[in-house]
Design a protein around this ligand. Structure first.
Ligand code: URA
Length: 226
């Protein structure tokens, strides 16, 4: 008897995953995500799991970084070994929940630069409005990894990436824990050149803009402001 295959982390039926979207289908990621979703998970647990998941997603987000060879000496003999070459990294947090992702990413790449973009939604136009932007000056020289745990409507993410491009960034990856088809469609239409890394494509957005089944408000759960 063969075991039935485990469901892939795509809960949205009938959604064709765009070519620039990577859904990280790894047992550790999926297990930690399940614990993160649970309403009973404490603030401390939520932070720890977000940090661990971020490190694992950063591993996938940095998969295409170029390497070059260098000559080193091991204790036993000389060898030619690979090292990172070319562009350095910049992590950009989309405030405020993006800050929860930074710690795990910085565990993996402690020397990365960090930028912040704050946006709110204008209640009349419903369009994202910038209230804070602080980025390194040399964005054109860096691979930029923009982070927000939840890709919901996709409007904030698309606006943040637009702002990054205006600052000179030309190699951008977007990382989120959860996404929905609507947000992915919006972001892919606005920025087809951006690779998107997510741990799940959830079923849908509800009428209040929450991802379902989701995990609730990521910012409130990270910062204990519920
Ligand atoms: N932002 C959140 O924090 N949660 C959602 O479900 C959607 C957007």
């Amino acid at each position: 008897m063969t075991d039935a295959p485990l469901p892939r982390p795509v809960l949205a039926s009938g959604f064709d995953i765009p070519a620039n979207v990577v859904v990280v289908d790894h047992p550790l990621v999926q297990h930690k995500l399940t614990r993160l979703r649970e309403a009973a998970t404490s603030t401390a647990g939520f932070r720890r799991l977000t940090r661990e998941l971020s490190l694992l997603l950063a591993y996938e987000a940095t998969r295409d970084l170029p390497l070059e060879m260098e000559q080193i000496e091991t204790p036993l003999e000389p060898m030619t070994a690979p090292k990172l070459s070319g562009k350095k990294l910049c992590f950009v947090s989309i405030l405020r929940a993006g800050n929860g992702i930074l710690d795990g990413m910085l565990d993996l790449v402690p020397a990365a630069r960090v930028g912040h973009i704050g946006l709110y939604r204008d209640p009349k136009t419903l369009q994202p409005v910038e209230y804070y932007v602080k980025l390194p000056e040399d964005m054109a020289e860096r691979v930029c990894i923009a982070v927000d745990p939840m890709l919901a409507t996709g409007h904030s993410a698309a606006a943040a990436i637009e702002r990054l491009k205006r600052s000179g960034a030309n190699a951008i990856v977007f990382v989120c824990l959860l996404s929905v088809p609507e947000g992915l469609r919006t972001l892919c239409a606005a920025h087809p050149d951006v690779k998107i890394v997510t741990a799940s494509i959830d079923r849908e957005l509800d009428g209040h803009g929450y991802i379902r089944p989701g995990l609730g408000d990521a910012g409130d759960r990270l910062f204990g402001t519920r």
